[in-house]
Design a protein around this ligand. Structure first.
Ligand code: SF4
Length: 311
């Protein structure tokens, strides 16, 4: 595996493109959140699959599935970034987060579990938060059973697990995320087991488009506000979202949405995660994928515009 390209220099996020010996490419990201510095918080976002078989309607990384990354290929992404900033592998930041969330549904790759086992043996850090985002595909029970055991043994309070639901309406959820997925009841039961008193709540993520259905009463039926929190994000500007006519309900200019108040009144913690507008242009946001940008060879409004350079 070697890095072949990276996004031009900026203060927010760097996207790297690496290629393996068979010519398969992945993207991975490092970012900080100004005004915080790398000493305060540092976030790595990794790919787990070459392409993704799920093909969500708003995600440029979906489609063209070409296999899983090996343990070594997963570790390459982490080690490449850490060795650039912390050559002695002592990650000296107050909050060090690794998100398994760039390209690929992580539950399809058991090597992710090996990486989670290995990280505490290879690196030192003050405060490490592993973070895994999943759409909860049917047929991945073995992955989640092992994940639960790793969390309880190695990470206990500090693991951030996110279920990306995107709709409380099953028909709409199936349309947006077009493979078979766990039911809300099954996600709820797993989340209840995963949660530790005093630890991080389980995140339910909704990237809200203008036509998205998010019903508080459906959430309350399945998800205990003492265990689950709600994260609302924009639908990021991708080619897929544009092709499928999905426009974001959430924008960076408006911080007030009635649904946020309704969820809070129902007892949920709500994170309204608007992000940096500039990150859209860098192409580092969820669902964005620079290789698609390069292939499409055209511009998208308020989206990918930073130059991708050879390394
Ligand atoms: S959003 Fe995630 S699961 Fe859906 S296609 Fe993109 S990478 Fe795959």
């Amino acid at each position: 595996m070697k890095v072949i390209k990276k996004i031009e220099e900026n203060d927010l996020a760097h996207v790297f493109i690496a290629e393996n010996s068979e010519g398969k490419q992945v993207e991975f990201v490092e970012s900080i959140q100004p005004p915080l510095t790398i000493k305060d918080k540092w976030v790595l976002i990794l790919s787990t699959l070459f392409g993704c078989p799920v093909n969500c309607k708003f995600c440029d990384a979906g489609g063209k599935y070409n296999g899983k990354l090996s343990y070594d290929e997963l570790m390459f992404q982490i080690d490449y970034l850490i060795k650039q900033k912390f050559p002695d592998r002592n990650v000296d930041t107050n909050k060090f987060k690794i998100q398994f969330a760039r390209m690929g549904e992580p539950a399809f790759n058991h090597a992710v579990l090996e990486v989670l086992e290995a990280i505490p043996e290879i690196y030192t850090y003050k405060n490490f938060i592993p973070s895994l985002s999943t759409i909860a595909p049917v047929g991945t029970d073995d992955f989640f059973t092992q994940l639960l055991s790793i969390k309880k043994r190695l990470y206990k309070m500090n693991f951030q697990l996110q279920f990306s639901l995107h709709s409380t309406d099953n028909f709409q959820r199936d349309d947006l995320v077009p493979i078979k997925k766990w039911s809300f009841e099954k996600i709820s039961n797993y989340g209840n087991d995963f949660f530790d008193e005093g630890g991080r709540k389980i995140t339910l993520n909704f990237a809200l488009g203008k036509d998205s259905i998010l019903k508080t009463e459906t959430l309350l039926k399945y998800f205990d506000p003492a265990i689950f929190l709600i994260k609302i994000t924009p639908v990021n500007p991708t080619f897929k979202a544009q092709k499928n006519n999905i426009t974001s309900l959430i924008d960076s200019k408006n911080k007030n949405y009635p649904i946020v108040d309704e969820l809070k009144n129902a007892g949920y913690d709500v994170i309204l995660s608007i992000g940096e507008y500039e990150e859209n242009k860098i192409g580092s946001n969820c669902g964005q994928y620079l290789n698609t940008f390069r292939e499409e060879n055209k511009k998208l409004e308020n989206s990918y515009s930073y130059v991708v350079k050879n390394v």
